[in-house]
Design a protein around this ligand. Structure first.
Ligand SMILES: Cc1cc2nc3c(=O)[nH]c(=O)nc-3n(C[C@H](O)[C@H](O)[C@H](O)COP(=O)(O)O)c2cc1C
Ligand SMILES: [Mn+2]
Length: 472
């Protein structure tokens, strides 16, 4: 079947033109699913099935049962794709990210018609049940929106905040919303609640990956992600006024939900299969009431496969960028930072003075709410190789001297091992050689000169060398 996705202008920064570029430049990274699928499990199941085959294409589901809206998922599940969204090579993504956010871009208001306003539904016309009701995992309490970026204005400072927050459908105009304790949206919300007011928010659905990476920036509440989103995309975000509130929303999103997070209201939310890879039980969460839905005439719903590569790659690049920046402020010779698993961070440094391993630990634990375990190694260790990191821990570390544990610290409320919601112990392992690598017991080695001049052909039969099987 010849399939034309959308008529798009590729210079424009929006999710659909990004997808269209991937489809044209690397057709193997894009799949259209034409048969009808059940939004209950079947969309996530295809992601999982392909994941088992080590395939990670963007998936475009043309026909989804119960809705006229197609679904796009798995957009972020390749590092190369994500890096390309900010004009970067995969290995340079963190460095590029940091360079770009140094120059925030003010959004520009567009005149005339905005794509996201092609359809405007207000008041009684609002019915969330027209959207794809995607149930991701078996134990989930119901359908969720997972690629939702919440744009809010802090009622005290007037500053804008953006963050991803999942929404669980409740009825035609209500969802729950999950606000991590002590994160910025929670701060804006509690400021509004103290004033007895609802918090007005616009939820952005269908964001260019550069916007998503910007929304996930970890920084001060005074840093407005909305300006960083444009900076990362290389173009200011084009905005238009919302229909029901004093906020400007991206004109080139696929959909916007306008509404309020209600003060003092809570609702049962979950269980939900989390980014941690676990399904956590039901909790009381805040309530979002939707006042207007606006969308493109041919809008699709953007979904993120929660807890899969689509989700994990997207969130780790901004976290690694923040951690690299924070460690570099303390240890200028930091080489790399990696988040290999939930709540876990590896750092490699070229240690120049005693104690810098612990400085790096403090910098990481002091600048990210989620991280609870940090391992710091010397620069000769490749932190993208877990086995080498474990080797350094095994051979350069004494627990009584090099392990630091701080109890009762604020952390993630989604950690299945915590005893109290959002309260965590934090641990740092300084696995750098003490006092310094250059004075540590040397590693075993043979003379490099000998290796350089050694030709295997002089020692072993050619036939054996040619064999590529396990016997070799
Ligand atoms: C797909 C996805 C879903 C997320 N869902 C939530 C969520 O439901 N609640 C939440 O507090 N954070 C969630 N996060 C993490 C926050 O968006 C992230 O920590 C963000 O930086 C917080 O913004 P802030 O620094 O302005 O507080 C999610 C992240 C991703 C990538
Ligand atoms: Mn913020």
């Amino acid at each position: 079947m010849l399939f034309f996705l959308w008529e798009v202008d590729c210079i424009v920064v929006e999710l659909r033109s990004f997808i269209d570029r991937i489809r044209r430049e690397s057709p193997e990274e894009f799949l259209t699913i034409s048969r009808e699928v059940d939004p209950r499990f079947e969309i996530t199941a295809l992601v999982v099935k392909l994941e088992q085959e080590r395939r990670f294409p963007i998936l475009f589901f043309e026909k989804v049962k119960g809705t006229k809206f197609p679904v796009v998922t798995n957009v972020h599940s390749a590092r190369r794709r994500l890096a390309s969204a900010i004009g970067s090579e995969p290995r340079a993504a963190v460095a590029n990210y940091l360079r770009k956010i140094e120059h925030p871009l003010q959004p520009v208001e567009i005149n005339g018609s905005a794509p996201v306003k092609e359809v405007v539904l207000k008041g009684d016309q609002v019915d969330l049940r027209c959207l794809p009701q995607i149930v991701h995992h078996q134990d989930d309490a119901g359908p969720y929106l997972t690629a939702a970026i919440t744009l809010a204005k802090d009622p005290l400072s007037g500053r804008l905040n953006c963050s991803f927050n999942r929404l669980m459908f409740i009825d035609k105009n209500h969802t729950s919303i999950h606000l991590t304790l002590a994160k910025h949206l929670w701060e804006c919300y509690t400021n509004a609640e103290k004033l007895g007011q609802p918090l007005q928010v616009a939820v952005i659905l269908g964001a260019h990956p550069a916007w998503s990476l910007g929304a996930l920036n970890i920084g001060s509440i005074d840093e407005e992600e909305f300006y960083l989103m444009g900076a990362l995309a290389g173009e200011p975000i084009e905005v238009v006024s919302a229909e029901t509130m004093d906020l400007q929303v991206p004109a080139r999103a696929e959909m916007i939900l306008e509404g309020e997070i209600l003060p003092f209201e809570r609702v049962d939310e979950g269980p939900f299969g989390e980014f941690t890879g676990y399904s956590l039980g039901s909790r009381k969460r805040e309530v979002f009431v939707i006042k207007a839905i606006t969308h493109r005439r041919d809008a699709f719903l953007h979904d993120i496969a929660v807890g899969h590569l689509d989700h994990l790659l997207l969130s780790t690049i901004p976290m690694e960028a923040n951690l690299f920046r924070s460690v570099r402020a303390m240890v200028p010779s930091v080489k790399a930072v990696r988040i290999p698993a939930p709540f876990t961070c590896y750092v490699s440094i070229e240690k120049k003075t005693e104690g810098q391993g612990k400085n790096a630990i403090l910098a990481v634990l002091g600048s990210d709410l989620y991280i609870k375990h940090v391992i710091v190694v010397d620069h000769d260790i490749d932190i993208f190789d877990d086995q080498r990191v474990q080797w350094a821990v095994g051979t350069r570390c004494q627990a009584d001297r090099d392990v630091t544990i701080i109890g009762n610290v604020g952390g993630s409320d989604l950690d299945p091992s915590d005893l109290k919601d959002g309260v965590s112990a934090k641990m740092g392992i300084d696995a750098t050689a003490k006092p310094r690598l250059d004075s540590f017991t040397p590693r075993h080695r043979v003379p490099q000169e000998l290796l350089d001049h050694m030709d295997l052909k002089d020692y072993v039969p050619a036939a054996w060398l040619a064999k590529k099987d396990g016997a070799r």
